[in-house]
Design a protein around this ligand. Structure first.
Ligand SMILES: Cc1cc2nc3c(=O)[nH]c(=O)nc-3n(C[C@H](O)[C@H](O)[C@H](O)COP(=O)(O)OP(=O)(O)OC[C@H]3O[C@@H](n4cnc5c(N)ncnc54)[C@H](O)[C@@H]3O)c2cc1C
Length: 388
């Protein structure tokens, strides 16, 4: 691989190869067995952390690799491509580490970044609320001052991985002494804080990571629980969302690559007429279309990451949205087609594709739905009026 703009650097290529070696050592069977047993992929996460893969984007002075979100996205994609995606990579070392690096105090950086770098600390991220959903301007979870402390009230839903995290980064709206609702900001809430409870949501996704409804019943937090400024509003929150979209895109392209490998392997070997089924254009062409979708999505993801790592937040926003949309479509389409290629075997547990159906579908809904991305592109790229 040469360093010519449209390909990744030699360092990134070497990183991918090293991660692939580790991820394949665990692989799909390990992942599915853990998920079905209700267990976590703890050993895989710990080993990835120890080898520095989870911390590639954490600054070197805090124990990380000093790379960019493009490096972290490459790590995320390779685990997913091995059939062992790590959902919390999208959250803890991506959103939370980025926001703390950019807006945290020195004490917050010292407290969290070394643990993110070696994987020994994890932080969930919560913005979605039952009565707000895609409309983050309608957040009702509130934070108010009481002397030196903060008091957090409200709730969230569909928050991933809370049961395995040390803390949750919560987007909450400030309320002043007159009950006036002010701008939203970010609070670091330990998962064992008194008044904070959470319940799992029963999901049909075969994954070790679970989703939760969170309840904040007047949770009292110290002054330093605030991350960044109370004045910055959603702009500060959104700084973590471009990395989230780039990571979500990599998660999806990894899943798509895994399904494509399965499909092509099967199509080359399964024979029910005189030639392998992969020779029939009815199967070969949809797979070729998926391959094109995956490669386009990967290229856009790499572009979004390059823009973000160059400090171009606004330009990266458009590219990250487009990448995330394209990757989610590539994953959903490829998994569906891989199942089709396998005939009845496509839904047999042994082949591991049926279990991917819901997981591959998540990308069209979270962390931002395909409709909200289309709204973004319609309004920001095409300058069309908004309907909401
Ligand atoms: C597996 C999983 C993990 C998740 N993890 C997290 C997490 O860790 N942290 C977190 O904060 N959230 C998380 N989420 C929540 C996720 O971000 C939301 O589900 C998503 O943003 C959509 O919100 P909603 O479910 O309330 O749907 P709604 O907002 O109710 O939307 C329902 C439908 O209406 C459409 N819609 C809404 N408004 C418009 C509009 N203006 N124009 C066109 N269509 C519209 C949506 O696109 C969608 O199709 C997760 C969700 C899932 C499924």
């Amino acid at each position: 691989m040469s360093d010519i703009g449209f390909t990744e650097t030699r360092e990134r290529t070497a990183l991918r190869a090293a991660v692939r070696e580790l991820a394949n050592r665990y692989g799909r069977d390990y992942f599915t067995a853990k998920a079905r047993a209700g267990e976590k992929t703890t050993e895989m996460w710990a080993e990835a952390g120890k080898l520095g893969y989870l911390g590639v984007a954490v600054p070197e002075e805090y124990g990380g690799g000093g790379g960019g979100i493009g490096d972290l996205a490459a790590v995320c994609e390779e685990f997913a491509a091995a059939g062992a995606p790590m959902l919390l990579m999208v959250v803890s070392p991506a959103i939370c580490a980025t926001v703390i690096t950019r807006f945290g105090t020195e004490a917050q950086k010292q407290r969290w970044l070394p643990g993110f770098a070696d994987g020994t600390k994890k932080m969930a991220f919560s913005i979605t609320e039952p009565d707000a959903g895609s409309n983050s301007h309608r957040l009702a979870t509130s934070i108010r001052r009481d002397g030196e402390e903060w008091v957090l009230s409200g709730g969230k839903y569909y928050i991933s991985g809370v049961d395995e995290c040390d803390a949750v980064l919560v987007v909450a709206r400030h309320v002043d002494e007159n009950g006036q609702r002010l701008l939203p900001s970010l609070m670091i809430v330990p998962t064992d804080a008194p008044g904070f409870t959470y319940q799992p949501i029963a999901m049909d996704i075969v994954s070790p990571e679970k989703q939760f409804t969170l309840f904040f019943d007047d949770v009292r937090l110290p002054a330093d629980a605030l991350l960044g400024s109370t004045e910055a509003g959603l702009a500060q929150v959104f700084a973590g969302l471009n990395p989230e979209r780039i990571m979500a895109a990599s998660f999806s392209t990894g899943i798509a690559r895994f399904a494509m490998d399965k499909a092509t392997d099967y199509a080359r070997n399964r024979q029910v007429w005189d030639t392998p089924i992969g020779a029939h254009q009815g199967l070969a062409h949809p797979l070729a279309q998926c391959a094109i979708q995956i490669e386009l999505a990967r290229l856009m993801t790499q572009k979004a990451a390059a823009l973000y790592d160059a400090g171009l937040d606004r330009e990266s926003g458009e590219a990250a949205n487009m990448a995330k949309y394209a990757a989610a479509e590539a994953a959903a389409t490829t998994v569906d087609q891989a199942i089709q290629v396998h005939g009845g075997n496509g839904l047999a547990s042994e082949y591991g594709l049926g279990a991917l159906l819901a997981a591959s579908r998540v990308g069209r809904i979270a962390p931002v739905s395909k409709e909200m991305i289309l709204n973004y592109v319609a309004q920001h790229t095409l300058k069309l009026p908004r309907s909401y």
